[in-house]
Design a protein around this ligand. Sequence first.
Ligand SMILES: [Zn+2]
Length: 319
Amino acid sequence: MKVLDETISQLTIPTPFAVGDTHVYVLKGDTLSLVDAGVKTPEAWEAFTIQLKELGYYPNDIEQIILTHHHPDHIGLVEQFPRANRIIAHENVNLWLTRNEPFFKHYENFFRDLFQSSGVPDQYQALLNKLRAPLRYAGQGEVTDVITEGDILPGHHEWSVIETKGHAQSHLSFLREQDGAFIGGDHILSHISSNPLLEPPINELDRPKPMLQYRANLEKCLALGITTVFPGHGSVFSNVEELVPLRLTKQEQRANKVLTLLKEYSQTPFQICQQIFPRQYEKQLDLTMSETIGQLDYLEAEDLISKTCEDGLLYYHAR
Ligand SMILES: [Zn+2]
């Protein structure tokens, strides 16, 4: 547990995921809020309650929950606070908290179709049945207060809401303008670059392009006067002005590798994925395909490649 200043403290909670520990924040204001809620495991709950007690609070003292995004390592413990009858988040978090069955069907169909048209062989489609497995670490509930870009955090008038889609289609960050403190969820991390992840369209017609959103929202953050980032994982950091250009350049370099491959011959997304992730693609098909399609979206937006559809298969061509 770390007291960061008189209104915000960081609690660190173990997760069973590769990402390791996750942070949640206790925010004091007109109300006592919890920002993000770790995973739903006995170990997480124990770590949380011990650190909360060090701060002088009990779970019953938490009055509302604010969420940066819908991933299981950020919403796990939402059910554990009997007095917190408000959950404040992006509207897309609600689909996950309420376990919206039609949305989950839409989600699975979307990936089935996308993988099929991307040239993923049938043998890997079984992976799609595991999409729901991480939900056992996620809590259930309902978003009571939908917030969006420019809103003020209820009960914490000095914090405003910044939309930071890319890593998730529900991602929000929170900025305290007076000193540039920034609760960044998984949008910017100091030790690893955060993954823009593919998700189905929710209110749009076409699928979102998370790599483009992520880049735009990284650039947006450069203009916010951020001095300190309180992240979802890893250490608190302040070198946003150095990190953002670094992340952007790294991504452009990765995209360049894809472009080089496409200059040899036209390929499907799956063919590209196998070449840039030869060791990971079988075990982490969803992550590696997200990354591959992200690079293709970027190259296409830069007008460096084009795509055609032949017999239901997508082929990308270097210009
Ligand atoms: Zn996440």
